[in-house]
Design a protein around this ligand. Structure first.
Ligand code: ADP
Length: 327
């Protein structure tokens, strides 16, 4: 019942609906309506109640729960998990289907690449993992890594109209600061992939003070970047970004599945902020500087190093001068 009330309030958008009208539409008493409004408020919905006018849902509500996410197939919502990748991996092992999507409002042990930590601020971001079972050989996983970053850049353009950049291989940046980190984890045999879990963390409504000191110069959120440009996130919902990421990921994924990596490579090259830049590369435990010259068709990065040698890097550490505080 409470979600039926919510639906009615959503229909009215910014105007009030009287308790009388709600009780007629839903055929329950006005006291029952009030009781459910209190429950909705306890779930975090901001609902104004004014005597003689009725109830109004505040447009700034950005709540994730099974009701809000029900339009997405195979979605699993959790208030708090260790990491959404961990849950998606468990679901994979217990036979969940491809495109199962895990979304959580909090992670207590968010993970980054190379054993690093991902800082999760509860309810302020999109912490999600997508379970994939692609029919591609394991060595093509790099294309999936790039696809995930393209999907996020495209989704941010679709929903928020911001121009994001991609730092090789898959950090998504706005105005040179990291708004999204991506971690792909693969379970494979020598020549086939059993499943991939694509973990995506997008900082959404963080204020600068939400980030710990060590991220103060390198991290941003959708809200911070919009505010910097005189805009606001009011009315933009995490739900819409989640949906857009899944849609864009599906488009790119389907092409990779039929052997067409072009849309991913084109998309990545369009949004990238790495090519043509001076970079520092850690390659086989040695450090080199050079210019990032090319993205190969396999998704690797070619760097012309200062010692005159062109190195092709498939994973590991690449820092881009002038970005992420690397001078
Ligand atoms: P990398 O940046 O090396 O590709 P990851 O994408 O795996 O690494 O993310 C982990 C790194 O991202 C951490 O070492 C930290 O520097 C940074 N980081 C962690 N949490 C956040 C966050 N919420 N927003 C922006 N950057 C973060």
């Amino acid at each position: 019942m409470k979600y039926k009330i919510l639906e009615e309030l959503k229909k009215q958008k910014e105007s009030y609906v009287s308790g009388q009208k709600l009780s007629v539409i839903l055929n329950v008493s006005r006291t029952a309506i009030w009781k459910h409004i209190v429950e909705l408020r306890n779930e975090g919905y901001s609902i104004a109640a004014v005597s003689r006018k009725g109830y109004k849902l505040n447009n700034s509500n950005d709540i994730l729960n099974m009701y809000e996410l029900s339009g997405i197939q195979n979605i699993r919502y959790y208030e708090s998990v260790s990491s959404t990748n961990d849950i998606a991996k468990q679901l994979a092992v217990s036979g969940s289907s491809e495109w199962t999507v895990v979304v959580a409002d909090n992670q207590t042990a968010g993970k980054g690449r190379l054993g690093r930590k991902w800082i999760t601020t509860p309810k302020k971001g999109i912490w999600m993992s997508i379970l994939l079972k692609p029919c591609i050989p394991p060595w093509e996983i790099q294309l999936m890594t790039l696809a995930a970053s393209c999907a996020v850049a495209l989704a941010l353009k679709d929903t928020v109209n911001v121009d994001a950049g991609i730092k090789w291989p898959n950090d998504v940046l706005i105005e040179g600061k990291k708004v999204c980190g991506i971690l792909l984890e693969m379970n494979s045999e020598a020549d086939r992939i059993n499943h991939i879990v694509a973990g995506i963390g997008i900082n959404f409504s963080h204020e600068m003070h939400d980030f710990p000191k060590e991220l103060a110069n390198t991290a941003t959120s959708v809200k911070i970047s919009l505010n910097n440009n005189g805009r606001d996130i009011e009315g933009i919902k995490r739900y819409d970004i989640i949906k857009a990421v899944i849609k864009r990921m599906k488009e790119l994924y389907e092409q990779i599945q039929i052997g067409n990596a072009q849309p991913v490579l084109d998309g990545w090259r369009k949004y990238n902020v790495t090519l043509g830049k001076n970079v520092k590369v850690i390659y086989h435990n040695k450090e080199y500087t050079g210019i990032a010259t090319e993205l190969t068709n396999e998704g690797n990065l070619t760097v012309l190093c200062e010692d005159g040698i062109k190195r092709t890097i498939s994973s590991g550490e690449v820092s881009v001068r002038g970005l992420m505080n690397y001078i």
